[in-house]
Design a protein around this ligand. Sequence first.
Ligand code: GN1
Ligand code: MG
Length: 356
Amino acid sequence: MNVDLIPILTQSYTFLPDQSLLISELGEGLIHETLLIEGKTKKWVLQGFNEAVFNFPERIDYNLTLLNTHSKTHSLPFLLPLPILNSAGKGLTKIGGKNYRLFDFVEGKTLQLIENPNQAFLAAQAYGEFANWAKDIRGEAMQETIPNFHRLDLRFQKLEEVSHSRKKLSSEEREILDFYLKQKPLIDWYLAQINELPIRVTHNDTKINNLIFAEDLSKVEALIDLDTLMGGFLMYDFGDLVRTVTCTSPETSTNWEEIQLIPEIFEELLKGYWEGVKGIATSNEAKSLIFGGEIMTLIMGLRFFTDHLQGNVYYRVSYPEQNFHRAKNQLIFLKSQQDSRELLIRIWEKGTGLSY
Ligand code: GN1
Ligand code: MG
């Protein structure tokens, strides 16, 4: 947090009241820095833009402009908050060597974990509705804001490379690495899918805290963190919901014994998501949803572990072992999903009315 932000902010965004703005930290994002700006009667979100992660801000602009144009003729029951342009007509404002973006603050609540099954339903319904809403925008027309972002096979290769270059691993690190390197069958399944599945417009970071719910949690008010919006597969968006919504514990938890899949929540998620995508999903795409959770949990486990081995260069950590713990958390959760495959297939058959 930096109080000197205010003079440049008020110059760049002339509608901001020039006095008595309060700045505080906000949110749990791992990539951008998020600040709350409070005026006497209105609030904004100021985001310190992470250029090390997002090397192509112009691609983000391109994608968001496509969506914005689409939204003029196709309505959605929730907001997709876009950066407010500064007085030079730009979304990014340089302050003290760093780029910032300003957004209107959306009133409501964000959750790190859901509190009841209905919230799972609402979250999945919103992302399903989003996929359906965007169906006429070609996924291929979107630009890659982070190249190969969800390429599971390349994330796997990267961990292989990084683990070779590091000499000494503790026995627990070795155990976790071995587990991840044994996931080759899932990688092969993934590679077979990506030649079959249609490329859609997907959000690609559908974790539960990228939704803003109404204060009373009765509906979704906004989908946020739109920088990873690009071409992708439905299983990515459904899968990251499974990863962050159907688990008993958040990805930061170190209560290893507690970490487990909750099948009843998977059922609610599927119900909500299917409502949105049943009119567009191909048969393979529908089936791919069953394994989306495994794919996204594996991707995140590989990424957390790779970052741990590389010395925490990517994800924000609050203690040195945190990425290692996140990788262990994802490993336990991935195992739990793999142990429940048969059950998830039955729930999927019931929810979609299709046979596997
Ligand atoms: C990052 O920025 P945030 O916290 O919403 C990451 C996602 C991960 C997530 C894990 C651009 O999202 O891919 O799933 O952390 N975003 C990027 O918490 O790497
Ligand atoms: Mg976020």
